[in-house]
Design a protein around this ligand. Sequence first.
Ligand code: DI6
Ligand code: FE
Length: 401
Amino acid sequence: MHCDTVWHNAHLMTLDAADGGLGTVRDGIVAARDGRILHAGPAASAPALEAARRIDCGGRWIGPGLVDCHTHLVYAGNRANEFEQRLQGVSYADIARAGGGIVSTVQATRAADDDTLTAATLPRLDAMLAEGVTTLEIKSGYGLGLEDERKQLRVARHLAQLRRVEVVPTFLGAHAVPPGRQAQEYIDEVCDTMIPAIAVEGLAEAVDVFCENIAFSRAQAAQVFEAARRHGLAVKIHAEQLSNQHGAELAAQHGALSADHIEHLDAAGIAAMRAAGTVAVLLPAAFYFTRDTTVPPIRQLRAAGVPLALATDSNPGTSPLTSPLLAMNMGATLFRLTVDECIAGFTREAARALGRHGRIGRLAAGLDCDLAIWDIDAPADLVYRMGFNPLHARVFRGEPA
Ligand code: DI6
Ligand code: FE
């Protein structure tokens, strides 16, 4: 068989095992042709391969490139001042009343032009890439008006031209009530004007909504989902982060790709997610940063067989994190996820949460050849260490990136 590149002298985490585990292979190879994986498996049983290029991995580990399936990476400004105020004992509600919180990021993002927004985002994106990310989701939600939401999504898309990475854009117009507006009147605009425009322009694949007592109600979330579906967009939800609004159940009933946060999820929500195949996206860094104490019902989700993904939730207010590896460590320490679940949560299951299970997130023939090559002794090293980056190389669509 002819191929472009073979990576050899490596151990593999294929994430493609029948038992749902890491699918480790000692002494394996990966072969790529035309940006896709042609073969991944044990060197001993590999077909005869004529490769234009052979890369010796020196006994390192190859896994799928990391997939961050929940980020708010594109924004302007900074909320370090609020962080300091909160350390002084000022409450989140007081900060919001004084014009801080999401509203301050909205103001800064509205004031930034495309170039400024791109320049503000690139260092965050580069930090992600440096840890082996090859696909990430980016939500809008800091414009809260058609023009500024469009701008965020345009910048998100442009990032994929500036770096070798796949960006999956999500419209989160229903993130917060814009200053000076009424919630219902704004949701009507989201559904009647913004979603149709975003869909026609192909600016997003999915629509997200923040369903919470401080944001939008379950009925408003349902309205958003119906509009999204009418316009051919997938749906997902920020649900049960601070209270149980039964948002995950609603989203599952609308065939949601994922329900995210879900600290306060109940049994009915779990059953609905299981029935719909909705992925649970766990965000331990937001839990950590906000000093939350309600852990998502991990044992029950696991027992029900709900797919578990992990993500950074990178955002300026509740999770200013650009390290998937630290999110994995937090998934284990704070949520008691296993090492296998943490790694699968940033690869195979994150791909599933983005509707890309058939294309990325595993090492298997036919999938895109997006790889992370790690200088580690065993997969557990990725989850165990804190603030250490063992990435040796990143490969995007078959090319070292
Ligand atoms: N949930 C959150 O924790 C963030 N957004 C959301 O829907 C908060 C975003 C921010 O404070 O800027
Ligand atoms: Fe979020």
